[in-house]
Design a protein around this ligand. Structure first.
Ligand code: ADP
Ligand code: MG
Length: 366
C-alpha cells in the first residue's frame, strides 16, 4: 500500500526554481531518505509534505487522499527538526504531551502514551527536567518522543542528527533504525550525509538542484548509479571517472583510456549496457570505485594494469593510494596491512564486474 505519493510537484521562491516536477511514492512501513547537497531543496520538499509550505504545482497524497490543501495538524504526521524546537520553559513531560493536549486527547490516553514512549526512549528519569538541563542526545530523544506519542501515520525527520558530535550521531542513528524496526511506521528522513542515508534508508531519493537524480534502494544507488552526479556523491573516496573513448567493433566493445594510444584497451564485453552501446556517443567515463581496484587477482575477469603509486594516505584501517593512469589521477583503497611504496609501479586489478560506464555528453549511465 502506498502511504505517501508526491506527484509532479514544483516550487519556486520568487524566480528561483527550488523543486522541479518531483515524483515520489513510498510504501507503507518504508524508510525514505531524501539525500543531497545543502540547498538542493530537501527541507522544502519535507515542509511541503508536512503542509508547512505551499505548493505551486502538483499534488501530495497521503493514503490516496489529496492533502495538498489540508492543514498540517490534520495530516496525521509528526515532524522532528534539526533544532529540536523544544519549548525551553516547559519540562520534558510537558514538551512531550503538548501536542496531545492541543488535540484534546483524554488524560488517561496521555498518561498511557507518555509512560510507553518515555520508557521506550529511556527518558523516563528526565521527565521533570527543562531542556537546558539535558545533553544534546537527550534533547533529541525528547524531540523524537514528542513526535512518537502522537502515533502518526508518517514521521518526518529533517537532519535530526546534524547537531550532535560524531560518536553520538552514530549511536542515535542506530537508535532511529531500531525505532523504525520496532514501530514499522513510514518515515521520510532528510540528510546530506551519505552514510546516514545508506544505513537508514530502505529507499533513497538522491536530489540535486531540485531534481531527483535517482530513486532506488541503497544497493542500486551504490552499484548502479544512474548518472555521474550519483556516482560521485556516493562513496568515499568517490568513484574514479576515467576519461576515454568507447571503441565499437563488430563483436567487441572496449574502453580506450585517454592518452593510452589504443594500447590500454579494456574489454567491456561483459559489461551490462543499459541500451545498445552503438546508440551512445564515443566519449565516455569509465567508472570504477577505489575499493574495486584490487592488489591481487580475485576474479577471472579482473583486468591487470601496472600503475605508479604517487601518494599514500594512511587512514587507520585502510590506505588511499593515488595512482597515475595514462596521466589521469585515480584512487585505490586497500587494507593498511598491504605494503605499498610510492614512486614505484605495482600490479593492480580492475574488477570489471563492478564498473559503471557513463556518456560524457549526457552524464548518464549507458
Ligand atoms: P536543503 O534543505 O536541501 O538544504 P532548502 O529546501 O532549505 O534546501 O532550500 C532550497 C533552496 O531554496 C535554497 O536555495 C534556499 O536558499 C531556498 N529557500 C528555502 N526557503 C526559502 C524561502 N522561504 N524563501 C526563499 N528562498 C528559500
Ligand atoms: Mg535543509
Amino acid at each position: 500500500m502506498i502511504t505517501l505519493k508526491v506527484q509532479d510537484l514544483s516550487k519556486n521562491f520568487g524566480s528561483t526554481e527550488v523543486l522541479k516536477k518531483i515524483n515520489l511514492e513510498i510504501e507503507e512501513g518504508n524508510f525514505l531518505v531524501l539525500l543531497g547537497p545543502s540547498g538542493c531543496g530537501k527541507s522544502t520538499l519535507l515542509n511541503i509534505i508536512a503542509g508547512l509550505e505551499t505548493i505551486d504545482e502538483g499534488t501530495v497524497f497521503i493514503d490516496d487522499y489529496n492533502v495538498s490543501e489540508v492543514e498540517p495538524k490534520d495530516r496525521n504526521i509528526a515532524m522532528v527538526f534539526q533544532s529540536y524546537a523544544l519549548y525551553p520553559s516547559m519540562n520534558v513531560k510537558e514538551n512531550m504531551v503538548f501536542g496531545l493536549k492541543q488535540s484534546k486527547t483524554s488524560k488517561e490516553k496521555i498518561e498511557e502514551q507518555l509512560k510507553k514512549v518515555s520508557s521506550f526512549l529511556h527518558v523516563d528519569e528526565l521527565l521533570n527536567r527543562k531542556p537546558s538541563q539535558l545533553s544534546g542526545g537527550q534533547r533529541q530523544r525528547v524531540a523524537i518522543g514528542r513526535a512518537l506519542v502522537r502515533e502518526p501515520r508518517i514521521f518526518l525527520f529533517d537532519e535530526p542528527l546534524s547537531n550532535l558530535d560524531a560518536k553520538l550521531r552514530v549511536e542515535m542513528r542506530r537508535e532511529i533504525k531500531k525505532l523504525h524496526q520496532t514501530l514499522k511506521t513510514t518515515v521520510v528522513y532528510v540528510t546530506h550525509d551519505q552514510t546516514e542515508a545508506m544505513s537508514l534508508g530502505t529507499n533513497i531519493a538522491i536530489m540535486n538542484h531540485g531534481v531527483i537524480q535517482q530513486y532506488d534502494t541503497p544497493e542500486n544507488i551504490y552499484n548502479k548509479p544512474n548518472n555521474t552526479f550519483v556516482a560521485d556523491f556516493i562513496g568515499s573516496p568517490s568513484m574514479n571517472l576515467i576519461n576515454g573513448q568507447l571503441a565499437k567493433e563488430a563483436n567487441n566493445v572496449s574502453f580506450i583510456p585517454e592518452g593510452s594510444n589504443q594500447s590500454g584497451k579494456v574489454s567491456l564485453n561483459n559489461y551490462n549496457f543499459v541500451k545498445s552501446p552503438q546508440e551512445s556517443g564515443n566519449d565516455i567515463y569509465f567508472g570504477i570505485r577505489p575499493e574495486h581496484i584490487h592488489y591481487k587477482k580475485t576474479n577471472d575477469t579482473d583486468f591487470e594494469v601496472n600503475l605508479r603509486a604517487d601518494l599514500k594516505e594512511y587512514v587507520g584501517h585502510e590506505q588511499i593510494i593515488t595512482f597515475n593512469y595514462y596521466s589521469q589521477e585515480i584512487l585505490g583503497k586497500f587494507p593498511s596491512t598491504v605494503k605499498i611504496e610510492t614512486g614505484q609501479e605495482m600490479k593492480l586489478f580492475f574488477d570489471l564486474s563492478q564498473i559503471s560506464v557513463f556518456d560524457k555528453k549526457t552524464n548518464k549511465r549507458i
